[in-house]
Design a binder for this molecule. Structure first.
Ligand code: SF4
Ligand code: F3S
Length: 113
């Protein structure tokens, strides 16, 4: 099992999660983070820290493993992030917007770290 980052992180990207992870297994894209499934130790401390409630155990993957696959894919190409950066100025406006993966996901790496 692992925890995974899901749709509502996109364009919210609060980054509170990286501050609490004991094994530094978050990786940064341009507008969301992912968790490396092989590095996550399933401690669960990041889940309640996310203001957007975007982190869930992979057993609650809402899309038949799609989010687990996306986390695994980008964790090996995006840079590691261990310190919280500046969230987007309009992060609150994006909280709860539907279909962010289809309409707003960026495969580009992040630059905070
Ligand atoms: Fe890190 Fe624990 Fe969250 Fe996994 S569950 S990403 S180890 S804080
Ligand atoms: Fe994303 Fe939540 Fe972390 S919005 S960056 S998973 S605190």
């Amino acid at each position: 099992m692992t925890y995974i980052v899901t749709d509502n992180c996109i364009k919210c990207k609060y980054m509170d999660c990286v501050e609490v992870c004991p094994v530094d297994c978050f990786y940064e894209g341009e507008n969301m983070l992912v968790i490396h499934p092989d590095e996550c130790i399933d401690c669960g401390v990041c889940e309640p820290e996310c203001p957007a409630e975007a982190i869930v155990p992979d057993t609650e993957d809402t899309a038949d493993g799609k989010w687990l696959a996306l986390n695994a894919k980008y964790a090996v190409s995006w840079p590691n992030i261990t310190v919280k950066g500046e969230p987007p100025a309009d992060a609150e406006d994006w909280d709860g917007v539907k279909n962010k993966l289809d309409e707003h996901f960026s495969p580009n790496p992040g630059t905070s770290s």
